[in-house]
Each structure stands twice: as C-alpha cells, then as structure tokens.
Design a protein. Structure first.
Lengths: 120, 108
C-alpha cells in the first residue's frame, strides 16, 4: 500500500533552515509527483509547491519562491522540502502528499505531517 | 493566482440533515479541476471529491460535488456523526494550486 512517512518534529530559531523528508513506499516513486502543503496552528491549508519525481520539474507558490527548495532522491524514494530564513510565522505542520493513480494533483495519499516550531 | 472563497465559514447542522458548502473562484477553473477535502483535528486531509463531481475511492455516496467555472458546491446529504469536520476546496487546474480557507461543519 502507498505510504508517505515524514521525518520528526523540529524546533528551529528564527533565521535558520529546516529540511523535512518524506519517505515514499508501496509504489513506483518516479511515476508520481509530491506536493507539499502546510498548516499553521488553527489555520487552513496552504499549498507550497510540487515536484515531479520523474524529472525534477518544480512548481512553487510565489510566497515561498525565494525560500523553499523541493528535491527528490530516487535511490531512497524520498522527497525533501527545505525552507530557509525561518520566521515565527513558519511555525506549522508540513505535509507531503501524492495524487491517486492516474492523477497528478488530486491529493489522495498524505504523510502524517511534520511539526516545525520556530522560536527564539 | 486563483483565490478560492468558501462560505459559510462555519455551519451548524443536526445529524441526519443536509449540509451545503460553497466554493467560489476568482477566475475560471480549468477543466473543473476542483477538489474537496475533509480534515479532522490532528489528522491529514482526506480527499473526497475531484474534478468537481467525482467521488474519490472509498468515499460514501452521501458526499457529492457539483458546479463548474467559478462556482462549486459540496453537499453532504445526511450528516453522520463522523462528518463533523473542516472542509476545504482546492483548485489544481493552474499553479499555484490554491486552497480555500475552509468551512467548519459543527453539530447543532
């Protein structure tokens, strides 16, 4: 079965960077892209970006364009989201997600989420 | 960027009754690439509807989606206790693939 297993919670200081991993299993990794979505405490969902695991093509929300990098490692079937220059407003749960079979952005499969706390 | 506006922000409904949630887009959504998700506290979102009206695998048929262009609706025909949650729409026809701000469905 399709599973997306994310790395554990992180605590960072303002100005630092964080790199969250998303280990995929149960399917051909290169056949699907990975989307990243975040959710600040008590707030809604915010789409951050998407990466093709086939060719590395990326899409980023303009808000994060200068601070986020999405990558994949096909050897380990893992996707990564790195966010730089963290501020308190980046405190959130970060999710990775994948589309259903035949889809691209319809997010059927989700990781469990990674809480990133930014505090001085 | 396509902005999605969901209404109402919160909805109080009695179990067994119908809930109707709205999602309005600032621009036409290509090919009706509009999805609905359900989220419960502490959980990841769950895909309910894709392409505006297609039920995702394993989703009860009391959930239905409709609409096209800029106006979309999620209907829950007979609310079950497990349906009380927050619902989000998302357009994925154009990048950035934006979410609405959510509608909370509460028990009346």
């Amino acid at each position: 079965q399709v599973q997306l297993g994310q790395s554990g919670a992180e605590v960072k200081k303002p100005g630092a960077s964080v790199k969250v991993s998303c280990k995929a299993s149960g399917y051909t990794f290169s056949a699907y892209g990975i989307s990243w979505v975040r959710q600040a405490p008590g707030q809604g969902l915010e789409w951050m970006g998407w990466i093709s695991a086939h060719n590395g093509k990326t899409e980023y929300a303009e808000k994060f364009q200068d601070r986020v990098t999405l990558t994949t490692d096909t050897a380990t079937t893992t996707a990564y989201m790195e966010l730089r220059s963290l501020t308190i407003d980046d405190t959130a749960v970060y999710f990775c997600a994948r589309a259903f079979p035949g889809g691209e952005h319809e997010l059927k499969y989700w990781g469990q989420g990674t809480l990133v706390t930014v505090a001085s | 960027e396509i902005v999605l506006t969901q209404s109402p922000g919160a909805l109080s409904v009695s179990p067994g009754n119908r809930a109707t949630l709205s999602c309005r887009a600032s621009h036409n959504i290509t090919d009706n690439f509009l999805a609905w998700y359900q989220q419960k506290p502490g959980q990841a979102p769950r895909l309910l509807i894709y392409e505006a009206s297609n039920g995702a695998t394993g989703i009860p048929d009391r959930f239905s989606g409709s609409g096209s262009g800029t106006d979309f609706t999620l209907t829950i025909s007979r609310l079950e206790p497990e349906d009380f949650a927050v619902y989000y729409c998302q357009q994925y026809g154009r990048s950035p693939r934006t979410f609405g701000q959510g509608t909370k469905v509460e028990i009346k």
